[in-house]
Design a protein around this ligand. Structure first.
Ligand code: FAD
Length: 404
């Protein structure tokens, strides 16, 4: 338990951390990688370069400080981060160095404002939180180790099939090289790839949502090729997978992780995706079908056009076969052929007026995934519609951040 004075000091100084988030985050990672260069293999180096990761880290520190007396409210965030840590093989011994370096970064950036009293209070708060993570992660490691077909660390899988799904998305069917069982994922969970790419100075870790229903034979991930755009370089791992990885090749993956999973209530369910955000939605849709669900399912997908619309035929087939499944498509840049054959239900971006025409009238559970601006819009529309937070579930395809 933290002393009341410690809690007060941490809460009072959290805004200063927020105001200096980028500087603290940048300095933290610089110092961390100086002390332990091998940790570059564990952190996404592109997110370092773009500054996304340093800001996300400092934001999390601020959030933790501002809510240090209401940790219950942080529970979903703590669960999500602990799942990522387990997938990235974060271990108790990492916490000491991270905590020490974080305090050094805060001290350096805040200068004289970071008095010994303030630094001590943040140190205590960090250790209290670190203990929570270490305990949670220990349970997760144990669970995944003990489960039939489960494993810790990284397990070799060979690519059994490589299947293009659109001009930019390709699926990889993965089977364990050891031929043993695999733990079925919960629909919505992701695998974490540890990619050792020739010519790259570091190992690259990337998360990929599983895109098919759980089963005991294979996992499927579906990856969008991130092309160079607006002067930014091509995505490292997605291009490696599309270009260099072929059937028979072996890749290393951590066991399925993630908290973005279907909850069991028997009410209508709405799955909304943008672009490659379709992957966890397909896993959920295929699972609902596999379980012969009686729930009404509304599947809404937004893409530029049919050229980049993955898994279209499968969704259409399910909507044609099952009377309780409805599917709708929004294209923001339809081709002439899309127009001629009326391949979409709405032209342009998803908006409130159109959603109103396709959403179920009764209460529903909402799951959504896509680019951050897309999810912000969807979230706002659902909030305006009165959908409570516990029925709005979403996954961010990037470092921990909020869309609220
Ligand atoms: P990176 O090299 O990481 O680059 C990412 C982007 O940054 C690129 O667009 C690149 O152009 C740009 N960039 C690079 N350098 C700079 C720079 N200096 N300045 C500005 N911009 C720059 N992806 C999928 O395709 N399918 C999935 O199912 C999927 N599921 C995910 C699930 C989760 C839980 C998470 C967190 C992510 C998921 N992702 C998924 C995203 C995936 O993990 C990768 O982030 C994605 O494949 C891009 O990785 P990359 O190595 O190709 O690109």
């Amino acid at each position: 338990m933290l002393a009341p004075q410690t809690i007060e000091t941490v809460k009072a100084t959290a805004p200063a951390i927020q105001a200096n988030a980028a500087a603290i985050g940048n300095r933290f990672y610089e110092m961390l990688f100086e002390k332990a260069p091998e940790l570059r293999n564990m952190f996404n180096q592109t997110n370092q370069e773009t500054g996304v990761q340093p800001e996300a880290l400092a934001y999390s520190v601020y959030q933790a400080g501002a809510n240090i007396d209401r940790l219950k409210e942080l529970r979903p965030t703590i669960e999500r981060i602990a799942e990522k840590h387990r997938a990235l093989d974060v271990r108790p011994e990492h916490y000491g160095l991270v905590g020490e370096t974080l305090l050094e970064a805060v001290e350096e950036v805040l200068g004289d404002a970071a008095t010994p009293e303030i630094l001590d209070a943040w140190g205590e708060a960090y250790h209290a939180l670190a203990d929570i993570f270490i305990q949670k992660e220990a349970v997760k490691y144990e669970e995944v180790e003990a489960a039939r077909g489960g494993w810790t660390g990284y397990r070799p899988f060979y690519v059994a099939e490589k299947v293009p799904e659109s001009d930019v998305i390709t699926s990889f069917y993965l089977k364990p090289q050891d031929g043993e069982a695999i733990i079925p994922q919960q629909p919505g969970q992701y695998l974490t790839l540890q990619a050792d790419i020739e010519g790259e100075p570091y190992t690259h870790m990337r998360h990929y949502s599983l895109s098919d229903a759980p089963n005991e034979n294979y996992y499927r991930i579906s990856v969008k090729r991130e092309d160079p755009e607006n002067g930014n370089p091509a995505g490292i791992v997605s291009n490696y997978l599309h270009r260099d990885v072929n059937e028979g090749d072996v890749l290393l993956f951590a066991a399925p992780a993630g908290e973005f999973v279907i909850e069991t209530e028997e009410m209508p369910i709405v799955l909304i995706s943008g672009g490659v955000g379709i992957t966890p939605m397909m896993s959920m849709l295929n699972t609902l079908v596999q379980e012969d669900t009686k729930r009404n399912v509304t599947f809404i997908h937004a893409a530029d056009s049919s050229k980049v619309h993955a898994m279209k035929a499968r969704v259409e087939q399910l909507a044609d076969t099952y009377s309780n499944i409805e599917a709708y498509t929004c294209y923001s840049a339809p081709t002439e052929n899309d127009r001629t054959h009326r391949m979409f239900d709405k032209e342009g971006f998803i908006d409130a007026d159109w959603l109103e025409t396709v959403l179920p009238e009764e209460q529903a559970d909402f799951y959504f995934c896509g680019p951050i601006p897309f999810m912000k819009v969807v979230n706002e529309i659902l909030k305006d519609r009165g959908v409570p937070a516990e029925r709005r579930h979403y996954e961010v395809f990037g470092p921990e951040s909020t869309i609220e």
